[in-house]
Design a protein around this ligand. Structure first.
Ligand code: ZN
Length: 386
């Protein structure tokens, strides 16, 4: 079964050519066959196909790759957001509220909430999402979160080291042992990745040494590494991620010159994933995307959709923030939200429109990709179902 997609106003391939690697084409069409892109070329020489979708002048892009999200949770923390906007600072402590609500929720409640969040993402053009655990923080609750996540994505991340749960606050070492031991053994079969909130500036999160123990144990168990680092202050997260060959270190809000140098040196293996929805929702300083790009760092954009620091599932919103507040060009932001996210997940079959790639596509109610940041807040992007 083949489908010809034609009438494309601007085709955004993210093939690495052109400004920021955006690779735009005009008067082009593509053919999808068995879920893969089988042909891309001038519309005038398009081959015949079993069916035709005419997008009537709209822009077609790779579906967004949201490489950082926390979607398995129950409860509501809107009051915490309001308090923060009134001046209260954020230190990671609110995560415990979500932990209590998530532990108390039954499977059906969590599954329904997760499905609704994924549907909300698809409705805004996201075709791949990474989903973390981290609101269970017991062996059984973390394993349950990962099993639920695996129902909606292949990119499942074990985040037992999100925070030290309240009941173990007096026994941090015991909790690290649990995360790197019995909990890891139960969770590893359900996950591809292991992640840690490496943030000595938060009394709830983990030091560099604790993070190293967790990540090395995860790697030993066959998981690939991701790190939350340098969100709230300068810290060891970026250096640790680069040293251990993590696929991505996420947040990167507070970076020293040495951190940037480490990310440049590690650019072939480790991406810096920026999450500006968090800075928006916590009223924090923006990461310096311009400096990272100019230095040669591999940059991705993601939502960090979570109930505390950014309850937005919108990649177009993140793109608009990156352009308006972080010095990225509209093209660079789109590439970071597609091919960049794929790279942060070590995937080369998504985030681009090339022959052989998955036919994960988004369509914009707009003639070109500039509208994603130009028309901020307007729901112009959605997944193109082929
Ligand atoms: Zn996160």
């Amino acid at each position: 079964m083949s489908t010809l997609v034609t009438g494309i106003g601007e085709l955004v391939t993210c093939d690495g050519t052109g400004e920021g690697g955006i690779g735009t084409r005009v008067d082009h069409a593509l053919v999808v066959e068995d879920g893969r892109i089988a042909w891309v070329g001038p519309a005038s020489s398009a081959p015949a196909a079993d069916s035709v979708i005419d997008v009537e002048g709209r822009c077609v892009t790779p579906g967004f790759v949201d490489s950082h999200a926390h979607l398995v949770f129950a409860g509501d923390r809107s009051a915490e957001f309001a308090a923060r906007m009134a001046g209260q600072s954020y230190d990671g402590g609110g995560i415990g509220v979500s932990v209590d609500a998530t532990r108390a929720a039954d499977d059906a409640t969590l599954r329904a909430a997760l499905a609704a969040r994924v549907a909300e993402m698809r409705a805004q053009g996201t075709t791949t999402v990474e989903v973390k655990s981290g609101y269970g923080l017991t062996v059984a609750d973390e394993e349950r979160a990962l099993q639920l996540a695996a129902e909606v994505t292949d990119e499942v991340t074990y985040l037992g080291a999100h925070v030290v749960p309240a009941e173990m606050r007096e026994d941090r070492a015991g909790y690290v042992d649990l995360v790197a031991g019995e909990m890891l053994a139960a969770c590893a079969p359900h996950a591809r990745w292991i992640d840690v909130f490496c943030e000595p500036a938060s009394p709830h999160a983990f030091t560099g040494d604790e993070s190293r123990v967790v990540l090395e144990a995860g790697r030993e168990a066959g998981l690939e590494l991701r790190v939350h680092g340098n969100q709230l202050d300068h810290g060891p997260g970026v250096q640790l991620a680069c040293e251990l060959g993590a696929a991505s270190v996420d947040h990167c809000t507070y970076l020293s010159g040495a951190d940037v140098d480490a990310l440049v040196d590690a650019a072939a293996t480790t991406s810096a994933t920026l999450l500006p929805g968090v800075e928006f929702s916590t009223r924090s300083p923006w990461p310096d995307a311009r400096a990272l790009l100019d230095a040669g760092v591999s940059v991705a954009l993601a939502t960090d959709c979570n109930p505390g620091t950014c309850y937005s599932s919108s990649m177009p919103f993140v793109i608009a923030l990156a352009v308006r507040e972080m010095g990225m060009t509209p093209s660079e932001a789109v590439v970071a939200a597609t091919r960049g996210g794929a790279r942060a997940l070590r995937r080369d079959d998504i985030g681009r429109i090339e022959v052989g790639a998955r036919a994960d596509l988004a369509v914009l109610d707009a003639p070109n990709h500039l509208h994603l940041s130009y028309r901020a807040g307007v729901p112009i992007a959605r997944t193109l179902e082929v």
